[in-house]
Design a protein around this ligand. Sequence first.
Ligand code: ARG
Length: 343
Amino acid sequence: MKADQELPFHASSRSKIKQYLTIALYNDLKTLRTPSGYTLDQAITSGIENPDSSIGIYAGDMESYDCFAPVLLPIIEDYHRLNPGWSHKPGLQEAVLPDLDPEQTFIRSSRIRVARNLCGFPFSGNMNPDQRLALEKRVKHLFKNLSEKLSGTYTSFTDLDEKQFNALLEKGLAFRKGDRFMASAGINRDYPLGRGIFISRDNVVRIWVNEEDHLRIIAQSQGGDLAYVFNRLIQIVRALEDKLDFAFDPKKGFLTACPTNIGTAMRAGVHIHLKQLEKKRSLLEAITRAYHLQIRGTDGEKTAVEKAVFDISNARRLDISANTIVKDLHKGLQAIIQAERNL
Ligand code: ARG
């Protein structure tokens, strides 16, 4: 791309990439290539093609974070609302927290995920078919050799016929090709090749392979026992960490394809039914804000809330430890349930 006067961001776009990428900065960075050959033009394609992007830039490998730091750092600091001196806070220790809703009156399910990428492979948007397959082979082997307690089955999507795949989808187990933001970033390329899912024997742990990140490690269960879900997640993360080298930076934490996910790379949340608070959205929003939580639609990112079932999860994931995220979520949900009961 040649830029003299103006970069081709849509007039309507309020993305962070449009805000922070000046022409001068663009011209400084446009000839750079990361070791896997990723360029600034590739990194910002999604932001250009999708004017409604919130940030509009992806990393093509772990080195992108250093290579394109002059534009990425201000975006990261703004998006994650970081204070000067910010740094990744390590820590992933088993937690003890009372079940908030043992009768399951409000909380339908709890889900905690972390994203992880492997050193030595480009990130999803910059992978070729061989690399996706090699990564899949690597982790497949690992899954096979997990201890009895953690064991489960791995399924490659390419091994399934349409009916089998749809059956998995219906159970919420498979993942589809990503959205248009990911499509523009190259993340959907060659889908479903190299993609698949590991499912633990009791169904609590699931690992998505080659989705937006190399690995999305997920623990999920009915009801509101956050500590149980968190502790299950920790066990599998530790087992994988033992054998794999994850893309990590001491200051930025775990590095991910999308800069919104760096740090703990964790999203911890619940599906919660709030019949009263649905009619008092401003109250619900005030509580979630106070506890650094965010509300998403019932079907996840960029979807609507259906039948008063809210997806409530942590808003912060960098400069805060995984344990603090879970503790804050627990406190916030306690306040939300209290408010719902009072109405
Ligand atoms: N690129 C999209 C945007 O800027 C994604 C934002 C975060 N979501 C994600 N799945 N990484 O709006």
